[in-house]
Design a protein around this ligand. Sequence first.
Ligand SMILES: [Zn+2]
Ligand SMILES: [Zn+2]
Length: 179
Amino acid sequence: MNIIQFAFDMADAVGQFVQNAKRFFYNVMLFGYRCPKCNNSLIMIAEGICKCNLCEFEFDPTVQFQRCSNCGGKPVLKVRCYSCTNCGSDIRSKFLFDGLIFEKEYFKAKMDESRKRKKEQRERVREMLAESRSAELPLQAVDIGYNTLVLVTACIFAWSLKCYNNLCKTGCSSPIFRR
Ligand SMILES: [Zn+2]
Ligand SMILES: [Zn+2]
């Protein structure tokens, strides 16, 4: 079995599972809420943005439907979280899967930063994989998924392969590495 491929397959499966869980969460959260313009059902199209299935009106469900638990005030998005326009209390959105949303400018800056970091991580994984037993490793697999999960998994396996190689060089005594 190709252990690297297995790691990537597993990371893909986990990623798929998270996507499904997210979709399910949004369906449950938006159940019972209707479009304020035409009263039709809603679907989540991005973090903090839902859309009417009929008139296609797009809006933030937290601002539209949620109210401050202290004073009943309307939420406003402040960089990374909502706060009450009335009393200033933080409002934790119930319409967000992981509780996080980014105000547009902040989001753009964070995305640029994240892209740069991912590129560096990819380079690093590529280097680590190349240092390990290069003949058996499918380097192109590094390009399959850019999500962190894949990179982290690849890092772990690259690291363990490195340890395995080192153990074999120095004489392997750990029962974990015996065949
Ligand atoms: Zn509508
Ligand atoms: Zn309030």
